[in-house]
Design a protein around this ligand. Structure first.
Ligand code: MN
Length: 233
């Protein structure tokens, strides 16, 4: 069997301590999963069910990296997040079984064209243009779950040019990893290679060309992302 055009390359991330790579299928992202961030976005963080949006697999770029300032926006925001990598698929995964499905963890930035997202919200349109653009998901290499101390507590932080802007604890999540992965699996069958970006704490703000973002989650990893010149489109 031949394809009529070359197959797209398989998106992947390296795995800490090995020569092997983790292949990426889909990237699910949880919206508003920290109360203080929900408030800064003008929302009441009552426990409404979690909601999700997605990014394409090839939006992932591995740190350290430079991401060109994307087109169409004047308000590119950082959102530092814990990322979990699904190694075993399943539907209707019970909350208590979620950890059996997680292969590893990483940290990532859910880069957001906030002005386009705000317009989409106002117009009742999808979030894709605000969230799912090229290289919108810089991430650290993946740490196998056996080497992860906790997916329930640990400092999560992001600094821009050395100034800390986001500083919280993953224990502050409204919906824990167990909660939201179980919930996600009720809507779609998760498969090996899926990533879940688990939401961002408060302190999101704009970055501009030349800014250097550093961040991490204690016990998981760190990343280092520079914003490059505006992409000509
Ligand atoms: Mn996010």
């Amino acid at each position: 069997m031949e394809y009529v055009i070359p197959c797209p390359p398989q998106a992947s991330l390296s795995v800490v301590g090995t020569e092997s790579r983790f292949p990426i299928r889909r990237v699910f992202c949880v919206g508003r999963n920290y109360a203080a961030h929900a408030r800064e976005m003008g929302k009441d963080p009552e426990r409404e069910p979690p909601f999700f949006f997605t990014k394409p697999a090839d939006a992932v770029i591995e740190s350290p990296c430079t991401v060109p300032y994307p087109p169409l926006t004047k308000d590119l925001h950082h959102e530092m997040e814990l990322v979990v990598a699904i190694g075993k698929g399943g539907a209707d995964i019970p909350r208590d079984a979620v950890m059996d499905h997680i292969w590893g963890a990483a940290v990532g930035i859910d880069l957001t064209r906030r002005d386009l997202q705000a317009e989409a919200k106002k117009m009742g349109r999808p979030w894709d243009w605000g969230k799912a653009f090229d290289l919108s998901a810089p991430m650290s290499p993946i740490v196998p779950i056996q080497q992860v101390t906790s997916l329930e507590t640990g400092r999560i932080w992001l600094a821009v040019n050395g100034e800390v802007r986001q500083d919280a604890d993953i224990a502050d999540m409204i919906w824990s990893v167990r909660d939201h992965v179980a919930y996600l699996s009720q809507s779609m069958t998760l498969v090996p290679g899926d990533l879940v970006m688990t939401g961002t704490p408060a302190g999101v703000a704009a970055v501009t060309p030349g800014d250097v973002m550093t961040g991490g989650v204690d016990g998981i990893g760190t990343l280092d992302v520079t914003i490059g010149p505006r992409n000509a489109v």
